[in-house]
Design a protein around this ligand. Structure first.
Ligand code: NAI
Length: 467
């Protein structure tokens, strides 16, 4: 049977694309080589990490805040097997949910590894070696990304001692010590998990700051908050070697500015130095699909250089984020169904699920400065927010960047408890081209953490009330 659309890869980009296409009346199939649907995000990424982040955050709250809140408990301790069972149950509920969505929308799920096999054809190699050829009008490549490793450094991942994010989600016991190579999103999230559970965590980062690319002031404050929790940072340090020892592993690094190399040892080394697009085995060359700097090249309509072949998500340009892939999946499905699909790349929120959370949308102050245009900044600290005080969640601030002339909001950055939820009022505002006055004049319920967003908007437009 011929399809209107075959999607290769069932991560958030692929499965959302398939659902939207089916909703719009396209006969759709999705190809997946993993035993369960949902890709990296649901199986070994966003979802399981959030299960462990939440559980370990509860432990940390119980240890550090309950007494101050007047809640007496007995001895608090981590039950790692139970925590891992929670992680597995969370993953199962989510991947089963995607399987249900495929059934509900009458999308054929084809198990195996897909590759381009000539115009309008996808060949799927099953586990038993048998090949099925699917005929289709359009193909969407949504194969995601894989662990990049450290450029120029041989890293022998065994996922037991030297681990990527995948192994770091499944450690069988709480290590006494852990070195995290890379102070990016994965390093800080999974470093936080194991630090809360009792490991002494040292983060070794090449740049002079953690969370490169995020607003510098917010990143600095996030680092301070994480350091208070016991994470140690070695910044401006280039890792040149990761070696497995008799017990644990060692990491060698040298100051980026020059100087003597140093070696640290730990029970576990987590390497979190980025991800690379996953394009192996797709037959891109033979199909005439152009790849630029490792990513599949696409135009504004997600078209690759091969007719009828589209690509979305981590394999194409832009941030490697599940929600960016989802929105691209919807947009390409709309285009294929004859509509107009579009993604506003200027308003894609980013969230780091540490405690406090870091959330941002739009330009950073560094980017605003570099653009040369006049801008203004308004800030409000959670120490001056009533709800934050009541919850012992006063770490952090809201920072808003707006155009000096038009007052249009260009970027919002939040460090604080629940920042990942609060950021969306900024995203909606920016999607509608709103100003800091619009945000400041919008009535916010009291007492909420979100009042700090309103106050930061007041600080940007006029003057805040509560500081
Ligand atoms: P990342 O790009 O966020 O961070 C990697 C860090 O490693 C950088 O700060 C880089 O300077 C550093 N690094 C590279 N080479 C180094 C060396 N030789 N020595 C020391 N440091 C070195 O990558 P990460 O954390 O691995 O995440 C991968 C992708 O997954 C990212 O695109 C991220 O956005 C995404 N992700 C998103 C999450 C979220 O939205 N909450 C959660 C987890 C991952």
């Amino acid at each position: 049977m011929a399809y209107d659309l075959v999607v290769i890869g069932s991560g958030p980009g692929g499965y959302v694309c398939a659902v939207k296409a089916a909703q719009l009346g396209l006969k759709t199939a999705i190809v997946e080589k993993r035993a369960t649907l949902g890709g990296t995000c649901l199986n070994v990424g966003c979802i399981p990490s959030k299960a462990l982040l939440h559980a370990s955050e509860m432990l940390a709250e119980a240890e550090h805040s309950f007494a101050k809140l007047g809640v007496k408990t007995g001895r608090i301790e981590a039950d790692l097997p139970a925590m891992m069972a929670h992680r597995q149950a969370t993953v199962k509920a989510n991947v089963d949910g995607v399987a249900f969505l495929m059934k509900k929308n009458k999308i054929d799920v084809v198990r195996g590894t897909g590759k381009l096999a000539g115009a309008g054809k996808v060949a799927v190699a099953g586990e038993d070696g048998a090949e099925t050829v699917l005929e289709t009008k359009a193909i969407v490549i949504a194969t995601g990304s894989d662990v990049a490793g450290i450029p120029g450094v041989e890293v022998a991942f065994d996922e037991k001692v030297i681990v990527s994010s995948t192994g770091a989600l499944e450690l069988e016991k709480i290590p006494a010590t852990m070195i995290v190579v890379g102070g990016g999103v994965i390093g800080l999230e999974l470093g936080s998990v194991w630090s809360r559970l009792g490991a002494k965590v040292t983060v070794v980062e090449y740049l002079d700051a953690i969370l490169g690319g995020m607003d510098g002031e917010i990143a600095k404050q996030a680092q301070r908050a994480l350091a208070k929790q016991g994470l140690e940072f070695r910044l401006g340090a280039k890792v040149t070697g990761v070696t497995k020892g008799k017990k644990g592993a060692s990491v060698t690094f040298e100051p980026v500015k020059g100087g003597a190399a140093e070696t640290l040892e730990a029970e576990i080394v987590l390497v979190a130095t980025g991800r690379k697009p996953y394009t192996e085995g797709l037959g891109l060359d033979a199909a005439g699909v152009t790849v630029e700097r490792g990513r599949i090249a696409i135009d504004d309509h997600f078209r690759t250089s091969a007719p009828g072949v589209y690509a979305i998500g981590d394999v194409v340009r832009g941030p490697m984020l599940a929600h960016k892939a989802e929105d691209e999946g919807v947009a390409v499905a709309e285009i294929l169904a004859g509509g107009k699909g579009h993604v506003n790349y200027g308003v894609i929120p980013g969230v780091v699920y540490t405690a406090p959370e870091v959330a941002s949308v739009g330009v950073t102050e560094e980017e605003a400065k570099a653009s040369g245009a006049a801008y203004k900044v308004g800030k409000f600290p959670f120490t001056a927010n009533g709800r934050a005080r009541a919850m012992l969640a006063t770490d952090g601030l809201v920072k808003i960047i707006a155009d000096a002339a038009s007052d249009r909001v260009l970027g919002v950055h939040i460090l604080g408890h629940g920042a990942g939820e609060m950021i969306h009022e900024a995203a909606v505002l920016m999607e509608f081209g709103g100003s800091s006055e619009d945000l400041a004049r919008t009535c916010h319920a009291h007492p909420t953490m979100s009042e700090a967003v309103k106050e930061a908007a007041l600080a940007t437009w006029a003057k805040p009330i509560h500081v």
